[in-house]
Design a protein around this ligand. Structure first.
Ligand code: KMH
Ligand code: ZN
Length: 309
C-alpha cells in the first residue's frame, strides 16, 4: 500500500459565514488554518479566496495574494488553486489567479452539472450578511458550467503552457468517461489525480457502493497504475467514506469546504481538527501519511520553484 495523500480544502465557495463560526473567511484566517492543516499532515492545500469584508467568494488575484504567499513561505505543502471558484463566476474570473500564478496543481471539474446546497438555507434563522441567503437559495437555479471546450482550454493554458497538474474533480460516473475522452485526445499525461466526490446535491450520492463503481470504472478506463484515487465525502459522510476509500487504497480529502463537522452533531473548530482526525484513523489502519514531497513525486508535480504566487 503506498502512502496516503491527505488534501485539505480550507474554505471553498459553498458554505457561507452563517453556517459555521469556524469557517475561515479573511486572508489571515485562511492562511492560519491552511498552515495549521499542513502542520497536522495535509500534503495538499486546496484553496479558494473570499472577500475580506463580508466573506463572499472571490476570484480576485489581489485577495489570493494576501494569503497564498504566506502559506507557501510557511509550509512545504502543495498549493492547489481552484479553477472551480464559485458557481456564479465566469470561467475568465475563475482562471484569473491560476493563470497569473501557474501553480503546481489546480482543480479541474470534469463536467457541467447542478451543484447546490439550497436546502441548507432553511436551517439558518439569522444571516450575518445580506448576500448569503440569496446566494445559497440561488444555487437552486444555477448550472456549474464546465463544458468540454472549457476543460480543453484549462488543460491548454494551465497544463500545457504552465506545467500545472490537476485534481480532476469527478462528481459522477460520466465524469470519468469525460476524463478518458481527454486522455484519448492526447491532452493528459498520467498519473491522473482523480478526486471522486460523493454527496453533493447534483452529483452522485454518498452510498459506499459508489466508491466501488468509481474505482472499478477508473481501473477499466485508465489502468490502476495510471491514476491516483482520492475520496471527498460531503458533509456528514466525510469521515466514513474517506475511511472506506483509504482501505481501498485511495487518498483522502478533508476540509471545511466539504464538511463543517468533525463527527455526528459536532462542528469542526478548524480544518486541522479534521486533518488530525483522518490522520488518526489512517494510522490506526497502519497506513502512512505522505509528505508534500512524497505527494509531488507520486503525482509528477513540477515543484514550487517556478510558481509566481
Ligand atoms: N465551489 C464549487 C462550485 C473546485 O474547487 O474546483 C466548485 C468547487 C470545485 O469548489
Ligand atoms: Zn473547491
Amino acid at each position: 500500500m503506498s502512502k496516503v495523500i491527505i488534501s485539505c480544502a480550507v474554505t471553498g465557495a459553498i458554505h457561507t459565514p452563517s453556517m459555521s463560526e469556524y469557517l475561515p473567511l479573511t486572508p489571515d484566517e485562511i492562511a492560519e488554518q491552511a498552515i495549521e492543516a499542513a502542520e497536522a499532515g495535509a500534503a495538499i492545500l486546496h484553496l479558494h479566496a473570499r472577500d475580506p469584508v463580508d466573506g463572499r467568494p472571490s476570484a480576485d488575484p489581489a485577495v489570493f495574494r494576501q494569503f497564498v504567499p504566506r502559506i507557501a513561505a510557511a509550509t512545504n505543502a502543495v498549493i492547489n488553486i481552484t479553477t472551480g471558484g464559485s458557481i456564479k463566476m465566469t470561467l475568465e474570473e475563475r482562471l484569473a489567479y491560476p493563470l497569473a500564478a501557474g501553480p503546481e496543481m489546480c482543480s479541474l471539474n470534469m463536467g457541467s452539472m447542478n451543484f447546490s446546497i439550497h436546502p441548507a438555507a432553511r436551517k439558518i434563522k439569522d444571516w450575518r450578511h445580506d448576500w448569503e441567503k440569496p446566494y445559497v437559495e440561488g444555487m437552486e437555479d444555477l448550472i456549474f458550467r464546465n463544458t468540454f471546450r472549457d476543460i480543453k482550454h484549462i488543460l491548454k493554458v494551465l497544463g500545457e503552457e504552465r506545467g500545472t497538474r490537476f485534481e480532476f474533480e469527478c462528481y459522477d460516473l460520466g465524469h470519468l468517461y469525460n476524463l478518458a475522452h481527454f486522455v484519448d485526445e492526447g491532452l493528459l499525461k498520467p498519473p491522473f489525480f482523480i478526486q471522486s466526490i460523493y454527496g453533493i446535491l447534483g452529483g452522485m450520492g454518498p452510498d459506499p457502493e459508489n466508491l466501488a463503481i468509481m474505482r472499478t470504472t477508473a481501473d477499466r478506463l485508465f489502468g490502476r497504475d495510471n491514476y491516483m484515487f482520492s475520496i471527498l465525502g460531503a458533509g456528514r459522510h466525510q469521515m466514513s467514506l474517506l475511511t472506506m476509500g483509504a482501505i481501498m487504497g485511495g487518498n483522502v480529502r478533508v476540509g471545511l469546504e466539504d464538511s463543517l463537522y468533525l463527527g455526528k452533531g459536532r462542528m469542526a473548530t478548524s480544518n486541522a481538527e479534521q486533518v488530525r482526525k483522518i490522520r488518526r484513523i489512517l494510522e490506526e489502519l497502519s497506513l502512512e501519511v505522505a509528505t508534500p514531497d512524497e505527494a509531488r513525486s507520486m503525482l509528477g508535480l513540477k515543484g514550487p520553484q517556478s510558481v509566481k504566487f
